[in-house]
Design a protein around this ligand. Sequence first.
Ligand code: SAM
Length: 284
Amino acid sequence: MDEPVEDDGLARAGDLAQLQGSGHKSHLITLVPGGVLQTHRGVIRHDEIIGKPWGSRLQSHQGNPFYLFKPGLADLISQTKRTTQIMYPKEIGYILVKLGIGPGTRVLECGTGSGGLTTALAYMVGDTGRVYSYERNPGPQEVAKANLNKLGLAHRVNFRLGNAEEGFAERNLDALFLDLPNPYDYLGQVRASLKGGAHLGLLLPTSNQVVLTLEALKSANFAFIEVLEILIRYWKSDWKNFRPVDRMIAHTGYLVFARPVDSPLEDEPVLDSEPEADREAEGE
Ligand SMILES: C[S@@+](CC[C@H](N)C(=O)[O-])C[C@H]1O[C@@H](n2cnc3c(N)ncnc32)[C@H](O)[C@@H]1O
């Protein structure tokens, strides 16, 4: 196997670059010779960026500072232009791990929305995998396409206009994620497209939706069902005043995961602790 080519650490024409101003405002651009970035804190010419080491401090024509960063996945997601609610990185991160998304994965999502999750899936599957992204509403899907085009990720995605009710054209998928209000109505369509035993993930804002979903998952022979929510608490990064921030987001949504099987165990245990805690208790 070839070793990856060592990077010279410099920003090049064609690279995606993040210009981070003071505070949290940042700009994502593809570096083009002759290009110009206009911001309300002044103008920066791409030619002044190309050839600079990543991490450099630059300044706009008004003298305002900007840092030059190679964007990570969270930076790409945070730049998503949105017409719908998009997922938070805290949920996206766990979904990617739980569904086993990596190079070569074939994954379907329904409810493209503005493409927050689509960006993460396309980033992870690489050029050998594929994302199939269904949405019933053309408006948000056009926004999602534009978002992924800007990031150079759209070629990894088949955007399909369609309602989950009509089912999905793909078969034997490795993973499938539904981000829509009534997934319990579409479990037959999900089963038809997923490989046996593969991963299904769902995001639901209310516990009422979760209850309906649990009942439907059971009757549609899904097993190893997990329900969780992810809470994140930021701390002030000030060593002299090190304490949690004053306000936090209390609730975003519930995540549900399950796997389609041919027949579930009659006495499948209901999870009553974290799966990791169970593993420790068993001494593994
Ligand atoms: C909350 S948004 C999805 C956000 C997206 N996951 C993101 O991170 O940007 C939900 C989307 O599901 C779509 N939707 C709802 N029901 C649907 C259905 N039955 N079939 C296809 N799309 C549906 C809506 O039009 C909406 O755009």
